[in-house]
Design a protein around this ligand. Sequence first.
Ligand code: PRP
Ligand code: URA
Length: 221
Amino acid sequence: MSDIDNQTVIGTTMSLVHVSQHPLVLTKLTMLRNQTTKSKIFRELVGEITQFLMYEATNDIVLQDHTVQTPMAPYAGHVLAERIGLVPILRAGLGMVEPIIDMIPTAHIWHLGLYRDHDTLQPVSYYNKLPPEVNIDVALVLDPMLATGGSASAAVTVLKQWGVKRIKFLGLIAAPEGVALMHREHPDVPLYLAAIDEKLNEIGYIVPGLGDAGDRQFGTY
Ligand code: PRP
Ligand code: URA
């Protein structure tokens, strides 16, 4: 994973943008983009790439000491000291939940339903299942696609208003426009990405991208 410190994305000097350079991520992303890849394999690839992003995004989670007894001797080890919340943006973000919860079974999951209005490209909120009290320390917002950035930014705003202090965004493919919007509206939120693509097209799709991430995962063409 390379930290794009001081890289310029459409005129904005970015920090806190991490783009994976791992050979397995790059090859899996190529398979994911391929239009002949069917939904079952597509979902598996979303999950596998997500695990690489999660590995990087959680590398600063605070630990506390925890001693266990091995069959031979005591061992001074660790447990997670911070509580992690996963926030999938429905519906495409759903495919990123299971690969993380497999690795962090104590994580909480909150669903935020947002879809992009086809004409305005503005996010429309239709579902919010946050509990009344903030009971986590770090929120990982999950959405495969960061296009205009409107959906991710709206999700982060909801979490900040709810009181979450530490928020990270995990996405598979971003457009420069989405990265720039997140940097403008939420410069404190690091982005963990598998790729930043060339551009958005005239109808707000990422090019070359992979098409519609929700439709390709769930077969709703
Ligand atoms: C897609 C994607 C993001 C959003 C990205 O969702 O999963 O949530 O678009 O676009 P933006 O950065 O311009 O906001 P979509 O609205 O297609 O809903 P879906 O996941 O239910 O298909
Ligand atoms: N949402 C998608 O699923 N794909 C894009 O390219 C843009 C938004």
